[in-house]
Design a protein around this ligand. Structure first.
Ligand code: URA
Ligand code: SF4
Length: 191
């Protein structure tokens, strides 16, 4: 199967997923958005209220800020691929539970394999703990590069955290600059 067909098959298969209890309360499943052929992938936590209603990641207030952050380094959501640790909204935006994240990993792992990004950016501690290491400390380790399965992976603050605490924004900006530099160094296409 060509990658495009595999991608469509994956998305169609995921659409009917009932592998964890979050399927009971979702409005729409949120698979991902952007360019699945990008060399850069962003991974968030899980859908919020607006995402659940629209079926698209990062379209609420945090998403607006994420768009601005991407724009600062000449990116936008059409140039990267964006997905979440869990595809269905946790009730009242609580953290997705480890069992839910484990159940949903089948989709994320296949998305990562098909996109095959050179660079992964974890948005917030939940994604960093799932992708980089279980004991990841966001305040101490954001902006650092890790090697995960041959990919360059870093975490920065989640845009929701930057909405709650603007004092973290300069550090997040430094992380974006580090991302910009890494893209210039290792990506084969221009962004
Ligand atoms: N927060 C996330 O982590 N993901 C979204 O898609 C929206 C908000
Ligand atoms: Fe399936 Fe993931 Fe939704 Fe759970 S959160 S029902 S595992 S798609």
């Amino acid at each position: 199967m060509a990658v495009k067909e595999e991608w469509e098959a994956l998305s169609a298969e995921c659409a009917g997923c009932r592998a964890c209890p979050l399927c009971e309360t979702r409005t729409k499943l949120v698979f991902g958005v952007g360019n699945p052929q990008s060399e850069i992938m962003l991974i968030g936590e899980g859908p919020g209220e607006q995402e659940d209603l629209q079926g698209v990641p990062f379209v609420g207030p945090a998403g607006k800020l994420l768009d601005q952050m991407l724009e600062m380094i000449d990116l936008d959501r059409t140039k990267v691929y964006i997905a979440n640790m869990v595809k269905c909204r946790p009730p009242r935006n609580r953290d997705p539970q480890p069992t839910e994240q484990e159940a949903c990993r089948r989709w994320l792992d296949r998305q990562i394999a098909l996109v095959d990004p050179k660079i992964i950016v974890c948005l917030g501690r939940i994604a960093a703990m799932g992708i980089i290491k279980e004991d990841f400390r966001i305040t101490r380790e954001h902006g650092q590069w890790f090697d995960v399965g041959g990919r360059r992976v870093m975490a920065t603050y989640h845009p929701s955290a930057l909405l709650r605490d603007v004092s973290k924004r300069p550090e997040a900006f430094m992380d974006l600059r580090a991302l910009r530099k890494e893209i210039r160094e290792i990506c084969t296409r221009t962004y």
